[in-house]
Design a protein around this ligand. Structure first.
Ligand code: HSE
Length: 439
């Protein structure tokens, strides 16, 4: 019988859930994998915090001790962040100890360095839990959809933002109130910036794009726009037009480059993602052989994340036992994706991206306003697909909403800056992209 010994870094929500579920489901995991998984050492980022259920006998003083210990075979990184976690992962790989992590920030921002070490030391890293928590999207892309080219991948990959936007949509409450509720329920951090500014979703998009197209996508080139500026009024106008506003990660093949972007997006109510509510995540993958495949489920939380991490630990353990001769493939799951490549995919600059738009202007209610705005759009060769001036907004300033046909982002930005300078415009124009999910 093979016994694999685990060094666990981090005993917060995720780390403790990995530990307890490994104990609770030990028999099931053994039956299915043929390997006994035993946590033999635990280190924490903050040693002063004593979480209930922490097995003190397993504590080691420092995170580095997990790697140097002769009682660990595999390192599980559940600390988060890019400081200590990066050092731990790099030193584990160097020491030939396979790594399991949920750390999308680390993979997105230091992927090149990490995968260089993976290749150099022929020691794998597993990261199923890094995108969409409990949804097995990584293995599906790498194995289940192996024969496919991916024209389009899009998804709701941040539960915090989806919770906030769902509340704004269903209860017509402002962003700040919805954010406060999310914080009270533990769905948003005290400092929610990473989530609401789109950074977390952009990390996940970077990981997905790297897997889908090979090489390491440069996170710094990914366009990111968060949801702070989404207002209830736009959510309600979007409704009237047949859309929901969601924070969407979009990865699209647009040869010779790829689009990788995260921003609030109007999604037609004919698309199932419009009905993904609360903290749930959903990802749609368009494979050229398989067609459209949808995944949805819990994207965060201790148990959902632990479910994916335990699957990785079992996989790492099975490979470890079969490959004492160190015949690991380059990244651990058998497929040579996300390795160092001279052909890292090139991310298209947002200014070249073509999409449809929702544009809300606040204008003086006088004859000729529409003509002035449409003249600027016409000169920029930007087509209007519909215009509404909703009733019930009488006063000095009224909303005027344009739905715009496909246009390049830079052309749209230039037109908006000209529109903004018109005397009839009384507030900063609001623009959101609209997706119809064509390849
Ligand atoms: N904070 C993330 C979310 C989960 O709200 O989806 C961890 O990536």
């Amino acid at each position: 019988m093979s016994v694999i010994r685990i060094g666990l870094a981090g005993f917060g929500t995720v780390g403790s859930s990995v530990y307890h579920n490994l104990l609770k489901e030990a028999e099931l995991i053994f039956q299915r994998s043929g390997v006994r998984l035993i946590v033999t050492a635990i280190a924490r980022r903050n040693p002063r915090r004593l979480r209930p259920g922490l097995p003190r006998s397993l504590l080691v003083p420092k995170v580095e001790d997990l790697v140097s210990s002769n009682k660990t075979d595999i390192i599980v990184e559940a600390m988060g962040g890019c400081g200590m976690a990066r050092d731990l992962v790099l030193s584990a790989l160097k020491a030939g100890k396979p790594v399991v992590t949920a750390n999308k920030a680390l993979l997105a921002e230091h992927g090149k360095e990490i995968f260089r070490e993976v290749a150099r030391h022929r020691t794998p890293i597993y990261f199923e839990a890094s995108v969409a928590g409990g949804i097995p999207i990584i293995r599906s892309l790498k194995e289940g959809l192996l024969a496919n080219r991916f024209h389009l991948i899009y998804g709701i990959v941040n539960g915090t933002c989806n919770y906030i936007l769902t509340k704004m949509s269903k209860e017509k409450i402002p962003f700040e109130v919805a954010l406060k509720q999310a914080q009270e329920l533990g769905y948003a951090e005290a400092d929610p910036s990473f989530d609401i500014d789109g950074v977390d979703a952009a990390h996940k998009a970077t990981v997905l794009a790297s897997l889908a197209y090979g090489g390491c996508v440069d996170f710094k080139k990914v366009y990111v726009e968060g949801i702070r500026h989404v207002s209830t009024i736009d959510v309600q106008f979007a409704h009237q037009l047949g859309y929901e506003i969601k924070l969407l990660a979009i990865i699209r093949s647009s040869l010779p480059s790829i689009e990788v972007r995260v921003h609030p997006t109007l999604i037609p109510k004919t698309n199932r993602l419009a009905y993904i509510n609360g903290v749930t995540n959903a990802i749609m993958v368009r494979g050229h052989i398989a067609g459209d495949i949808e995944f949805s489920g819990p994207g965060a939380g201790g148990n959902a994340t632990a479910s994916s991490m335990i699957s990785d630990i079992a996989q790492a353990a099975v490979q470890f036992t079969h490959a004492k001769a160190r015949h690991f493939s380059s990244d651990g799951c058998g497929l040579p994706t996300m390795t160092l490549s001279s052909n890292d995919p090139k991310v298209m600059n947002i200014k070249n991206v073509v999409s449809r738009y929702y544009l809300r202007l606040t204008v003086t209610d006088k004859p000729g306003v529409m003509a002035q705005v449409s003249s600027i759009l016409a000169k920029a060769r930007i087509g209007i697909s519909s215009v509404i001036q909703p009733e019930g907004h009488e006063g000095k300033s009224v909303p005027l909403i344009f739905m715009i046909h496909d246009a390049r982002n830079d052309a749209m930005e230039q037109a908006i800056s000209k529109i903004q300078r018109l005397n009839c415009i009384k507030a900063k124009p609001v623009m959101f992209r609209v997706e119809n999910f064509e390849s």
